[in-house]
Design a protein around this ligand. Structure first.
Ligand code: B12
Ligand code: SF4
Ligand code: SF4
Length: 349
């Protein structure tokens, strides 16, 4: 086991790098998580997702990431989660979940790289992994004592809630393990009741087939029954965190967000060509890197939230009904958007 001085150095480096929590976990396979992945896959709750579900044996076995691995050093990087600035453009705007407004994974990676340097300088080998199919990040963070599994399935860090992204350094250093954090949800069920689609079917269990955060990333037709619930979202969903008391009390929830990328101009999404869309939004997970899915989401958000009296909005959507004759998927979403605008107009009179 390494000298305790190394842990102090890791903690100092983590603090300097902006991580709000860091801990150490053993590299033994996450057997419980593997079982959860297999069961959910068998029950269809993964909604066809690949990610960690693609190969649960791999994603739950950190030792496969680095030969001779002994420990995981897991870190949480906070992101701002308060009020969002108004759009910087006129016209209908698509809401972006806070984790995706800027590239917080890049900030997390450089923070973990800084911490990894301490291990490398002490003669150890390291590999940084985050939001990758290779490791179940929440399970690693829970084992490393960063926080507890919330009923909304997120990992909640005491004092910071769930407004954090998570990543690990896999290392051959043999480090003392951190203590787990006790459950902080108790009898609360605000996230279960607050989810707009009822996707949290039991504490800690998200049915991806109902989860808006997955449906905006999923291929194919957006399920009819959840189109209205999508509201103005174009990417991600923050609802089960916005209602969560520990998340609301966190310092991040008091940080107002001022960013040109807080909102996406929905009419621009319909107008822009593939290259432009991918150059602006390609950092997001888009199925098959196919920008049609951004247009699909934009059409639904327009139907739900654009001014139903706006001729500009209607003509943009109608263009998709007519000119995408070979693209039945977009045509059908455009038709839905027009019907929805009509319904909303009728509801106003
Ligand atoms: C696939 C995936 C998704 C999917 C599925 C999410 C899900 N709940 O499974 C979709 C696209 C829906 C998604 C959405 C989001 N995601 Co995501 N996603 C992932 C990914 C790639 C894999 C997650 C995974 O393996 N899920 C499989 C299941 C088995 O695990 P789980 O749901 O996390 O369940 C754990 C616990 O809930 C617990 N558990 C199981 N049963 C029970 C029962 C009880 C009673 C309790 C208390 C706990 C419990 O065990 C599981 C782990 O061991 C990870 C990155 C990674 N490589 O790990 C990011 C990740 C989980 N996502 C992240 C984020 C930020 C989000 C969103 C908040 C983004 C957004 N605003 O839209 C939402 C949150 C939705 C939600 N409520 O979960 C962060 C989570 C940060 C955090 N603080 O928890 C991660 C870790 C990415 C990262 N590196 O930071 N995501
Ligand atoms: S991300 Fe949205 S849709 Fe998914 S579980 Fe949370 S509140 Fe429900
Ligand atoms: S809303 Fe309540 S039950 Fe859900 S994660 Fe937050 S504290 Fe836990």
């Amino acid at each position: 086991m390494n000298a305790p001085g190394l842990i102090d150095q890791l903690n100092d480096a983590a603090q300097r790098a902006g991580l709000v929590a860091i801990g150490v976990a053993a590299v033994e396979p996450f057997a419980d998580t593997r079982e959860v992945l297999e069961t959910r896959k068998a029950e269809g709750l993964h909604g066809g997702m690949a990610f960690t579900y693609r190969d649960p044996e791999r994603s739950t076995d950190p030792a496969r990431i680095l030969a001779g691995a002994r420990s995981l050093v897991v870190g949480a990087f906070p992101y701002s989660a308060g009020a969002v600035n108004d759009p910087s453009f006129d016209g209908p705007a698509g809401r972006v979940a806070r984790y995706a407004i800027t590239d917080h994974y890049a900030s997390l990676r450089s923070a973990l790289d800084e911490v990894a340097t301490v291990l490398e300088d002490a003669g150890h080998r390291t590999r940084v992994v985050l939001d990758d199919n290779a490791l179940v990040d929440r399970a690693a963070a829970q084992r490393a004592g960063l926080g507890w599994f919330g009923h909304n399935a997120n990992l909640l860090v005491p004092g910071y809630g769930s407004w954090v992204v998570l990543g690990s350094i896999v290392t051959d250093a043999d480090l003392a393990q951190s203590e787990p954090v006790p459950d902080g949800c108790g009898t609360c069920r605000r996230c279960l009741d607050g989810c707009p689609t009822g996707a949290i079917i039991a504490p800690g269990v998200v049915d991806a087939r109902r989860c808006l955060a997955w449906l905006v990333q999923a291929e194919g037709t957006f399920p009819m029954e959840f189109r209205e619930a999508l509201g103005d979202r174009i990417y991600g969903c923050d609802e089960c965190q916005e209602v969560c008391p520990p998340a609301r009390r966190s310092p991040q929830a008091k940080e107002t967000i001022h960013s040109p990328t807080s909102w996406v101009d929905l009419l621009w999404v319909l107008d822009a060509d593939d290259d432009e869309l991918l150059s602006q939004l390609g950092r997001w997970y888009i199925p098959r890197r196919d920008p049609r899915y951004l247009r699909r989401n934009a059409l639904l958000a327009l139907g739900n939230t654009a001014d139903p009296h706006s001729a500009d909005v209607r003509s943009e959507i109608e263009r998709f009904v007519v000119s995408t004759a070979g693209d039945e998927m977009l045509q059908e979403h455009a038709q839905w958007a027009l019907r929805r605008l009509d319904e909303r107009m009728q509801a106003q009179v």
